[in-house]
Design a protein around this ligand. Sequence first.
Ligand SMILES: C[S@@+](CC[C@H](N)C(=O)[O-])C[C@H]1O[C@@H](n2cnc3c(N)ncnc32)[C@H](O)[C@@H]1O
Length: 365
Amino acid sequence: MTPLRQTGRAGLEFLGSLQSYASRGLRAKARDEFYATPEMAELGDEPLGPRPTDEMRSLIARARDVAERSHHWRYERFYQRFVAENVYERGIPATEDQREPIEQMLTVLAEGANEKALTLDPDLREPGYFEQVEWHLMPGGWDGYDLSGPMFMLGIGPMIFSRGGYAAVAPGEDIAEQRRQVVAELQPGPYRRILDVGCGGISTIAVLRSAFPEAEITGIDLSANTLRFAHLMAEKLGLNVHLKQADLTHTKEPDNHYDAVTAYAVFHEMDDPSAARAVAELFRVLAPGGSLLISDPGPARGCTPWEAVLYDWETENREEPWFTDAMLRDLPELLDRAGFVEIREYPLGTGAYPWIIRACKPGAA
Ligand SMILES: C[S@@+](CC[C@H](N)C(=O)[O-])C[C@H]1O[C@@H](n2cnc3c(N)ncnc32)[C@H](O)[C@@H]1O
């Protein structure tokens, strides 16, 4: 696809470098200072473990206060916020600069695409927790900019996200590789039908397709804008998937239909009542014996004090209104109450992200 012009790319490359500098150099110093304080030295660099919610909230608040004392932390967070705002300040003009060739390319892609592989629902109402949120500070939220797909693919993805160092993704870690590791945690199958909820673009769907070449794969998401571009890319890559605009808390999919359901980086976007509804809905659409795989930033009990401060920061500062609620949520308990069995949770790497939760619907596959 048409690349961004050099001036547009340069702005984004600069932001990527700034984020790397902040998240590697400054953050490492801030972390050392954090654990050098008597309060945090006593807690140690260990997962916080299960605690009552009020205690956990006040512990996180205390750890945040300790972090705030470090000027390295304050600078590092200033740069994080600066980059988070400026990816759009720079990314949108850089994409606009190439609007004409990008639109031509989209037209060509649309001509060869199977229209039946995309189902939009113009009557879909966004759930309350989702409305008006400018996720990650993106102006207008996921549907706010019509060329957001090309902007991420051509600029923000390769120049900023691929370097890690933002949100729960550790510096130097590549979120694309993490998706492959996460999907590898799904039982080997075979699966006839897989549903990926909150699929966004095709990043996770493409990994599912290569891991399960024979499966019928469906992705659902609320964002029509994201799905339109995902559809064109899926068709171009021959992924043979069906994308639908739907609310994962009320999918309208048949009962007992899917052999596996995946949810990557979705539950932290949901408030508590919606997360509970989602769990019940995913149970309903899974076939007996079917597998559920959820991956998200880890819960507070799996985080070290330092990780808890990093994740909690997202809530107030990078337009992630439910991030801290999600950290405090007991998703395995919700799964248990919904009827799931064989529930397991564990981190994949050295920190609390990616965090895996696996479960099964009882019955013979
Ligand atoms: C952080 S993105 C992750 C996207 C994708 N899973 C990936 O691997 O990149 C979260 C996605 O969840 C979607 N989402 C949030 N709540 C949803 C809901 N109730 N139903 C369907 N999609 C939802 C958002 O529109 C967004 O595309």
